[in-house]
Design a protein around this ligand. Structure first.
Ligand SMILES: Nc1ncnc2c1ncn2[C@@H]1O[C@H](COP(=O)(O)OP(=O)(O)OP(=O)(O)O)[C@@H](O)[C@H]1O
Ligand code: SF4
Ligand SMILES: [Mg+2]
Length: 333
């Protein structure tokens, strides 16, 4: 697909650390990517890779004990230099997030209709009647019975309903960027499919979608480009077809081979080991203890940075001293 310049979102050298009682935890290290209008970029990786931390950093939502470095720009303007008021406006109107746990991110004491109407009152200056109508209209795009849902409180919703309400809330103001953090992890297959369809519609309508997930099935279904995260860093980026067929980082390759929904029958190979303890991570490649491709260079040098992959595919980059050379021709995307 053709991407346009400049990007909606440009993240450069993002580093985020949490100050904890046990010391500093480097959760995200030197993460760089662009998100363009009309594309889905998937940020993929195992639990604790730093995906949610990246999302929170973009939105200025990291807790006080987090320190960040690097540059995050929305339409060319530094998010870090925005005033609190400007950031609140951008967060509501320009960049929206669908949280990992939809139910917990709704206000428990307010009926759904009132929560949504409040969005229109606060950001669009609508009166009570117009805000209520707008709330019902946006609920109707995700649920068949908006009047009933508008009267309900969050605890009265199923997980799937809450997820749809969250999508309505996130898209109420037609944001340019939607960050979807594990939007389908707790959903049954039918609602999962609907949620992915909805995100696809938003992408087709011109939004840039940052899709955070550990599920390569979701990536295959929706993503245009992929950034694979491991232990706080991006270890491979590329278009979705290349990542599935010609993964070059041993971690990406291992992830794909270990997924029952992706690997072909009989070729399923579970990935050994666990991600490293971030608190004691050294300068060497963080994947070293799990890597079957490690060479002596990996043990003596600092971790490699992202470099052009041997595939020659534009924007296919990998951070590895001894990348894979086998293609996964059988893979489906
Ligand atoms: N508020 C916090 N204080 C201290 N450490 C934190 C905090 N939030 C996250 N972390 C740590 O930062 C690391 C990255 O966490 P993050 O939530 O970004 O991972 P993730 O990739 O989103 O994982 P998951 O797939 O499980 O949601 C983890 O080791 C986590 O324990
Ligand atoms: S740099 Fe070395 S240890 Fe790290 S993934 Fe590549 S081959 Fe493995
Ligand atoms: Mg997360």
């Amino acid at each position: 697909m053709t991407v346009q310049n400049p990007p909606l979102l440009a993240v450069r050298g993002l580093t985020a650390s949490y100050r904890t009682g046990d010391g500093v935890l480097p959760a995200v290290r030197d993460v760089t990517f662009d998100l363009h209008a009309g594309e889905v970029l998937a940020l993929v990786g195992e639990s604790a890779a730093g995906k949610t931390t990246v999302a929170q950093a973009i939105l200025g939502l990291l807790p006080q004990q987090a320190d960040i470095e690097g540059d995050i720009r929305y339409r060319g303007t530094s998010v870090q230099s925005m005033s609190a008021e400007e950031l609140r406006r951008v967060r509501g109107e320009e960049i929206a997030i669908i949280f990992q746990n939809a139910l917990a991110s709704l206000t428990p004491t307010l009926a759904i209709g009132d929560q949504l109407a409040e969005v229109y009152r606060a950001h669009r200056g609508m009166d009570q009647h117009a805000a209520r109508e707008a709330a019902l209209a946006v609920l109707r795009t995700v649920l068949p019975d908006p009047e009933r849902i508008a009267e309900a409180y969050p605890f009265q919703l199923s997980g799937g309903m809450a997820q749809r309400v969250m999508i309505a809330m996130a898209t109420a103001l037609n944001p340019s960027v939607i960050i979807a953090d594990e939007p389908t992890s707790s959903l049954d297959p039918a609602v999962r499919m609907e949620t992915l369809d909805k995100l696809e519609d938003l992408r087709n309508a011109g939004a840039g979608v940052l899709l955070i997930t550990h599920d390569f099935g979701v990536v295959a279904r929706l993503a245009d480009r992929v950034a694979v995260m491991y232990a706080g860093t991006v270890v491979e980026t590329g278009d979705v077809r290349t990542i599935f067929r010609q993964p070059r980082h041993p971690y990406t390759f291992g992830l794909l081979q270990s997924l029952p929904s992706i690997a072909r029958r009989g070729q399923l190979v579970p990935m050994r080991g666990q991600p490293p303890d971030l608190a004691s991570i050294g300068p060497e490649c963080p994947f070293l203890p799990r890597c079957s491709k490690a060479i002596s260079r990996c043990r003596v040098e600092d971790a490699p940075g992202l470099d052009a992959a041997d595939t020659g595919v534009p924007d296919h980059r990998v951070a590895c001293y001894n990348p894979m050379s086998v293609d996964r021709q059988e893979a489906q995307t």
